[in-house]
Design a protein around this ligand. Structure first.
Ligand code: CDP
Length: 217
């Protein structure tokens, strides 16, 4: 069984997806982490962000492994190296949407996501899971929250990670990524017609998870 979770940046998708997967005993697949891992590789190789050909080449040779740890955390392996923390850095966040908008990049990563998904029951979160990656997913959710609430959540999250960014910078990043993600030509961020929409602005994590479980069971 496949559960697809899509929505804009900072809405809390990955938090609820992880808990949901744990509660159901499903595999959790963070597709955003895959685009972030590729972006890390692009920057590591000093490839200019506008060199689409080079980025596509890197994508075609990439090896990504997502490991679900028993404590609920996720380890992201890129070409055998643990990049779990590195891919959360601001320099990655800044460029990830420019990498993710490339059609050929998406072809490679979507194919990989489908292969991961075929391994068994899983929860996937991203932008195009219900629309493109698994259009026939058993359950689809579109997780949203007001822009102000999403900024607040991401700001708190980055503080915990020890990243000193201002709320203004976070707001700028979310707005910039949402714009690129929802206006790109290839599989833009969209709610699938058959997805359940949840506005989480005034809900706790537990309440969101309970709501989702209600729809699944
Ligand atoms: O920061 P946040 O957790 O909201 O984003 P993410 O899930 O880590 O995804 C990072 C970026 O990857 C997004 O802003 C998109 O540009 C891209 N992405 C995508 O294009 N398609 C997906 N299925 C997942 C992520």
């Amino acid at each position: 069984m496949i559960i697809a979770i899509d929505g804009p940046a900072g809405a809390g998708k990955s938090t609820v997806a992880k808990i949901l997967a744990q509660k159901l005993g499903f595999l959790y697949i963070d597709t955003g982490a895959m685009y972030r891992a590729l972006t890390w590789k692009v920057l590591e190789n000093n490839v200019p962000i506008n060199d689409a050909q080079k980025i596509i080449q890197l994508a075609q040779g990439i090896k990504i492994d997502l490991r679900n740890n028993s404590d609920g955390s996720l380890t992201v392996m890129l070409d055998g190296k643990d990049v779990s923390l590195a891919i959360r850095q601001a320099r990655i966040t800044q460029f990830v949407s420019d990498v993710a908008k490339l059609k050929e990049v998406r072809q490679v990563l979507v194919q990989m996501q489908r292969e991961f998904g075929q391994k068994g029951d899983c929860v996937l979160d991203g932008r195009d899971i219900g629309t493109v990656v698994f259009p026939s997913a058993a359950k689809k959710f579109f997780i949203d929250a007001s822009a102000a609430e999403r900024v607040k959540r991401r700001f708190e999250e980055l503080k915990v990670l020890g990243q000193s960014v201002s709320e203004n910078e976070v707001a700028g990043d979310l707005a910039n990524r949402d714009k690129i993600d929802s206006t790109r030509e290839t599989s833009p961020l969209r709610q699938a017609p058959d997805a359940i929409y949840i506005d989480t602005t005034d809900l706790s994590i537990e309440q969101v998870v309970a709501k989702m479980l209600g729809f699944i069971r």
